[in-house]
Design a protein around this ligand. Structure first.
Ligand code: BYC
Length: 327
C-alpha cells in the first residue's frame, strides 16, 4: 500500500470510529479526534450563538433606563446581564475548539459571521420587552433544550445552565404580557402591538425551511442538531397559540388554523424575503446593532487589557510561590 493509501485508510477508520461514538451517544471532548468539518460547523454555530446572546442585550437594554418600576428595572437588569453571561460561556466553548474569541468578534464586525435575525427589530414600547421574553426567549428555549444533548460536551454543558436561565426569562416576559393584557384598553393595545411586531420574526428565528437549510442534514448526522428547523418551529407554534388565547390576544395571522387530523396549528406563509433581507444586513436595526457592538468592544479594550495583565501577573506570582515552596 502507498503512503497516501495508508493515510486515506486510517482517516476513513477515524471517521467511522467518530460516527460510531456519536451513534452510541458518547460526548466528544476538546482533545478527542474530530473531523475538520465537524469542528468548523461547531465554531460557526457556537460563535453565531454567542454573538446573538451579546447583541441580544441591546434591544431590551434600551429599556433599562425607562422600566416602569424599580422592581421591573431590577428584573430586566438581571435578565440582560444573564444574556452577557451566556455569551461568555459560549465564546469559551468555541475557544475549546481552537477558535480565538478576539478573532470571532472581529469576524462578526467585519461581516464574516452572523447573529440571530431577531435582534434586528426595534423595541418601541415597554410591551416589546414582554414580547421578547415571552416569544424570543420562548423560541430560544424550544431550539436550545435539544442542544443540551448536543454531541460536543462543552457546548452541551453550557446549554444546561443557559436553558435554566432562559426559562426564567420566558416567564418574566409572559408575566409582563399578562399584566398589560389584563390592564386598561391602552395597555392591552400595547401588548397586541408588540405581539404583532414579534410573531413573524420569532418564527424566522428557527432558520430557513428544511428544504433550504444547507447545514441541517450534516448537523443532525453529527448530533449537533436533534430536530430540523421546521420541526422546532412547529413545536413553538403549537405551544404558543394556547398561551396567546390565555392572554386574550390574537396571533397576527388570518390563515392560522388547527389541523384536526394532525393536532398541529398551521400558519400562513412566512415572508422568507424579509428573512433574507435581514440576513443580508437590511433589517430595520442591523447597522445600529453592529455599531453598538463595535463601540462596546472598542470602549472595553482597556478592561480586557487590564484583566489580561492582572491574570499574567497572578499566574507569575503563583508560579514563583510554587518554585519557592519546592526549593
Ligand atoms: N438568523 O442551514 P441553516 C438568543 C443562517 S437566541 C441569522 O438552517 P443551521 C437569545 C445560518 O447561520 C438566538 N442567521 O443553518 C435569546 C446559515 O448561514 P451560514 C440564537 C440564520 O446552523 C433571547 C444559513 O442561515 N440561537 O441568543 O443548521 C435573548 C442557513 O441556515 C438564522 C442560536 O444561535 C437566523 N434566525 O441552523 C437573548 C441557537 N437561521 O452560517 C439571546 C443555535 C439560519 O451558512 N443555533 N441562519 O452563513 C442553531 O440552532 C442553528 O444555527 C440555527 C440555524 C437553527 C439558528
Amino acid at each position: 500500500m502507498s503512503d497516501v493509501a495508508v493515510h486515506d485508510a486510517s482517516h476513513q477508520a477515524q471517521e467511522t470510529n467518530f460516527q460510531a461514538r456519536l451513534d452510541a451517544e458518547d460526548k466528544i471532548e476538546p482533545k478527542d479526534w474530530m473531523p475538520d468539518a465537524y469542528r468548523k460547523t461547531l465554531i460557526r454555530q457556537i460563535s453565531q450563538h454567542a454573538h446573538s446572546e451579546v447583541v441580544g442585550m441591546l434591544p431590551e437594554g434600551n429599556w433599562l433606563t425607562r422600566a416602569p418600576s424599580l422592581r421591573r428595572k431590577a428584573i430586566l437588569i438581571a435578565k440582560v446581564q444573564d444574556e452577557g453571561g451566556h455569551g461568555a460561556y459560549l465564546y469559551s466553548a468555541a475557544e475549546t475548539l481552537g477558535a480565538s474569541r478576539d478573532q470571532l468578534e472581529i469576524d462578526l464586525i467585519e461581516g464574516r459571521s452572523r447573529y440571530s435575525s431577531i435582534f434586528n427589530y426595534p423595541t418601541p414600547s415597554w410591551a416589546d420587552v414582554g414580547a421578547i421574553g415571552w416569544l424570543v426567549d420562548g423560541a430560544a428555549i424550544m431550539n436550545q433544550v435539544p442542544l443540551c444533548r448536543c454531541s460536543y460536551g462543552p457546548y452541551a454543558r453550557a446549554m444546561v445552565r443557559i436553558c435554566k436561565e432562559e426559562s426564567f426569562h420566558q416567564r418574566q416576559g409572559f408575566e409582563i404580557m399578562q399584566v398589560l393584557a389584563s390592564g386598561t384598553a391602552a395597555q392591552k393595545d400595547m401588548a397586541q402591538g408588540a405581539l404583532n411586531r414579534w410573531w413573524w420574526p420569532a418564527l424566522m428565528m428557527f432558520g430557513p425551511p428544511d428544504a433550504a437549510s444547507v447545514h441541517s442534514s450534516k448537523s443532525m448526522q453529527w448530533k449537533i442538531k436533534r430536530f430540523s428547523n421546521d420541526d422546532l418551529r412547529q413545536r413553538f407554534v403549537d405551544a404558543t397559540v394556547p398561551q396567546t388565547e390565555h392572554l386574550g390576544l390574537s396571533i397576527p395571522d388570518d390563515a392560522l388554523k388547527l389541523d384536526k387530523d394532525s393536532g398541529h396549528y398551521q400558519t400562513g406563509p412566512i415572508d422568507w424575503d424579509e428573512f433574507n433581507e435581514v440576513l443580508n444586513g437590511n433589517g430595520p436595526c442591523n447597522d445600529d446593532r453592529l455599531a453598538q457592538y463595535t463601540k462596546a468592544r472598542t470602549d472595553g479594550a482597556w478592561v480586557r487589557e487590564a484583566a489580561s495583565v492582572f491574570a499574567e501577573k497572578k499566574a507569575a506570582s503563583v508560579f514563583a510561590e510554587k518554585q519557592g515552596a519546592s526549593v
